[in-house]
Design a protein around this ligand. Structure first.
Ligand SMILES: *[C@@H]1O[C@H](CO)[C@@H](O)[C@H](O)[C@H]1NC(C)=O
Ligand SMILES: *[C@@H]1O[C@H](CO)[C@@H](O)[C@H](O)[C@H]1NC(C)=O
Ligand SMILES: *[C@@H]1O[C@H](CO)[C@@H](O)[C@H](O)[C@H]1NC(C)=O
Ligand SMILES: *[C@@H]1O[C@H](CO)[C@@H](O)[C@H](O)[C@H]1NC(C)=O
Ligand SMILES: *[C@@H]1O[C@H](CO)[C@@H](O)[C@H](O)[C@H]1NC(C)=O
Ligand SMILES: CC(=O)N[C@H]1CO[C@H](CO)[C@@H](O)[C@@H]1O
Length: 493
């Protein structure tokens, strides 16, 4: 996931200015949550507003404050209507969500007041001078939930909203925050819509590649597609082990630097990036966003992988890579581990890693894991990026003593304080898409009393995007179910 969230969409400006950088991380498949959006929308966005927030909610002696960004849309609000709060996540909170998206359609119907609160440490919400490892100690989901609580409490007073029902929304990591907020602060949130929420923290999220593999097998080419990827991976391995390596490969895959096969970290990074080409496309398959490259669906990738006109399976794998490089405007494929580290180690707010890469990696190292390793047996992308590769990145980037045992404790703690998949919540819905790899960590059955809304054929957070005439019946049906829940929460006292 270095992958991205529904709500964490990038600003238009961001799309135009740092498009390439954002996508680079995105396709590397390491964060689940950078959603790029349509740049065709032509409206005014609400201005940035700033909320005086506490730095440390768990230390009464610490009286430091900072300014947290938020947005408001009060156009549809009527006196006793509900208040909708969109939870920001591991990327910049785009004001674009304040004028579009399914929740805005619902705000119109229910006369809701809409807020969006940016997550601490992302976007323009900077609690500390920089992102040094020491300063990142105030970055956690628990602090973020408390930020939301203080925000709601303050707005209730300021705007006399104590009788209005607050509903929280979020997708992906913010989807988890929505559910956890309802769990921890039930007196502040009357209901929650937790889309594509990965609620179960796990160090080795090897199942991710399993869902990617299954999704590729749902295409017309079915198992031929994954078989071709497997052949390409084998050919790549042969190539790396041959004495003639690597001039041909460097050219074929448009690598930025010469490949030194004795550098296992570079090789790991390369294999992970190539798998990431497929992960990114599966995760955001047909989700209605408009962006350059949106027409690259899993069908397109599998058409390419099974097209003999493109040459050997290895050549087709390279062709996929080059098409995706083209959509990001990158001239070559960066795979050097050292370069990646240099980028991730910068602590400046104006560095490219501050777009979320450094912060989200910190959260994975200290709270969630979620590493999409190559450790699953039954997947075609090779075995070159095992869990150890992800874990060493924690120490390499943040310094200190991260290891499997430490991460195990961190992840166990997260599941302990939030309940993992044992979570039982009323007035909370959990939409999940059948081809969303993250749903493997989400609540997908009604059996525990939770309401799981399964959306056949869609990927990550599809239910949150603006409705379109092209939407499937399943997606429209799922939105109607969510709406009927909202209606019942809002009308019951
Ligand atoms: C709220 O959203 C609607 C629908 O997109 C938009 O027309 C309106 O200008 C927005 N209001 C504010 C204050 O941004
Ligand atoms: C980061 O900020 C802290 C103050 O919060 C400061 O002491 C430290 O020198 C800064 N580090 C860098 C690398 O700028
Ligand atoms: C996707 O759209 C671009 C133009 O935006 C076009 O050049 C490209 O050929 C299309 N790719 C596919 C696979 O349809
Ligand atoms: C980031 O800001 C610092 C000062 O805070 C400046 O020295 C540096 O050149 C800036 N870097 C970029 C890439 O803008
Ligand atoms: C859970 O219940 C809702 C009705 O509230 C229904 O729409 C949905 O299909 C059910 N989910 C599953 C996975 O059976
Ligand atoms: C990918 C995945 O796990 N999707 C699940 C979403 O939820 C339904 C049931 O509600 C499961 O059948 C899917 O497997």
């Amino acid at each position: 996931m270095r992958r991205i969230t529904c709500l964490c969409s990038a600003l238009i400006i961001f799309v135009l200015v740092s498009h390439a950088e954002a996508w680079k991380h995105f396709w590397r498949g390491k964060w689940f949550h950078k959603k790029l959006e349509s740049s065709s929308i032509n409206t005014h966005f609400p201005p940035d507003q700033w909320f005086e927030q506490k730095l440390d909610h768990f230390d009464v002696v610490n009286s430091k404050n900072w300014k947290q960004r938020y947005h408001t849309n009060d156009t549809f609000f009527e006196g006793d209507g509900p208040v909708f709060l969109m939870i920001g996540g591991e990327g910049e909170a785009s004001p674009k969500w304040m004028v579009q998206g399914m929740w805005i359609e619902w705000a119109k119907k229910f006369n809701a007041l809409c807020f969006q609160l940016e997550h601490r440490y992302y976007g323009k919400s900077h609690p500390t001078k920089n992102m040094s490892t020491k300063n990142l100690k105030y970055l956690s989901s628990e602090q973020a939930l408390a930020d939301l609580a203080y925000f709601i409490e303050a707005k209730k007073k300021e705007l006399k909203l104590s009788h209005n029902k607050w509903i929280v929304f979020g997708g992906s990591y913010p989807g988890s925050l929505a559910a956890w907020f309802r769990l921890k602060y039930p007196h502040l949130a009357h209901g929650a819509v937790a889309s594509s929420a990965p609620l179960f923290a796990k160090i080795n999220f090897k199942e991710y590649l399993g869902v990617v593999t299954n999704a590729l097998e749902t295409t017309q080419q079915s198992s031929q597609c994954t078989a071709a990827i497997e052949q390409a991976t084998t050919a790549l391995e042969d190539e790396i082990q041959s004495s003639s390596c690597c001039k041909t490969m460097e050219k074929l895959f448009s690598l930025c630097d010469p490949l030194d096969v004795t550098n296992k970290l570079d090789v790991a990074n390369l294999f992970e990036t190539l798998a990431g080409n497929f992960e990114g496309v599966v995760q955001y398959n047909k989700d209605n966003r408009e962006f350059k490259g949106a027409n690259i669906t899993i069908d397109v990738l599998c058409d390419m992988m099974t097209d003999p006109k493109l040459g050997s399976p290895l050549a087709r794998y390279a062709a996929v890579n080059n098409v995706l490089l083209g959509t990001t405007g990158e001239k070559c494929l960066d795979f050097k581990y050292d370069k990646f580290l240099k980028d991730m180690r910068s602590t400046d707010w104006n560095s490219s890693a501050s777009e979320g890469g450094r912060q989200w990696t910190y959260q994975t190292c200290t709270e969630f894991g979620y590493y999409q390793s190559s450790d699953l047996e039954d997947q075609p992308f090779g075995k070159r990026f095992p869990i150890e590769f992800s874990i060493r990145q924690c120490s390499d980037i943040f310094g200190g003593k991260f290891n499997y045992k430490l991460l195990k404790n961190a992840v166990a703690r997260t599941n302990f304080i939030y309940g993992g998949l044992g979570l039982k919540l009323d007035r909370t819905v959990f939409p999940n898409g059948s081809v969303d790899p993250w749903s493997a960590l989400g609540i997908t059955s009604n059996s525990t009393g939770n309401v799981a809304i399964f959306i056949q054929g869609t990927a990550h957070c599809a239910d949150m995007y603006p409705p379109s005439l092209k939407d499937s019946l399943e997606l429209t049906g799922a939105r109607n179910v969510i709406e009927s829940h909202l209606r019942s929460w809002i009308s019951i006292d």
